[in-house]
Ligand binder design. Sequence first.
Ligand code: HEM
Length: 103
Amino acid sequence: MEGGRNLVGPNLHEIMGRQVGSLPSFNYSQALSDADFEWTPDRLEHWLANPRSYLPGNNMTFAGVRRERDRHAVIAYLMVESGYQPEGDASAEDSGDGASPPQ
Ligand code: HEM
């Protein structure tokens, strides 16, 4: 994903926290261009559950991921891949033992 090209869909590298429909190199549908939010795990959960109804009129010709367990696996992968850090979540902070978090 990293630094990769857009294929049928936009490149999802660092999708978490990215403004929806914001890659200059990708030709989005009006639905995604007009939307105004940043991707979070929760938004991805809804998008992947049913891409068609989440942002009506979008071009993602993909039925979605039906099983909740599978959706969560995809989202967890994208979170790790994005180096995602939830804001204001004390439990995500360094425990203070001097060890660096795994890269
Ligand atoms: C589990 C797999 C997938 C995930 C997690 C995923 C996720 C996403 C996300 C987050 C966006 C919005 C990107 C942005 O705002 O920059 C997007 C858009 C898009 N995806 Fe997917 N996608 C998946 C599978 C697919 C597949 C299989 C296709 C093609 C058949 C596809 C085609 C597209 C297209 C064309 C768009 C742009 C939609 C538009 O402009 O309306 N995606 N996808």
